[in-house]
Design a protein around this ligand. Structure first.
Ligand code: FES
Length: 65
């Protein structure tokens, strides 16, 4: 699925950029060009950023001995 139509960037590519260290919409744009055109996809990229950096649900589970 395309996240950014202007740059023809898919969700897989955006996830890959985030996995490689992109932390902002601007950094995603520098890494893969997503969001560097009209800007209408910035909110969508933000959703991927939030999901990519959300703490794992498993990490929040209590540790039992
Ligand atoms: S759709 Fe991403 S910059 Fe236009």
């Amino acid at each position: 699925m395309y996240v950014c139509i202007c740059a023809a960037v898919t969700d897989t590519e955006v996830r890959s950029c985030i996995a490689r260290g992109a932390r902002t919409v601007e950094e995603v744009g520098e890494a893969c060009e997503a969001g560097t055109g009209c800007g209408s996809c910035h909110d969508h990229i933000d959703v991927f950023l939030a999901a990519g950096h959300a703490p794992s649900e498993l990490a929040e589970l209590p540790i039992s001995a």
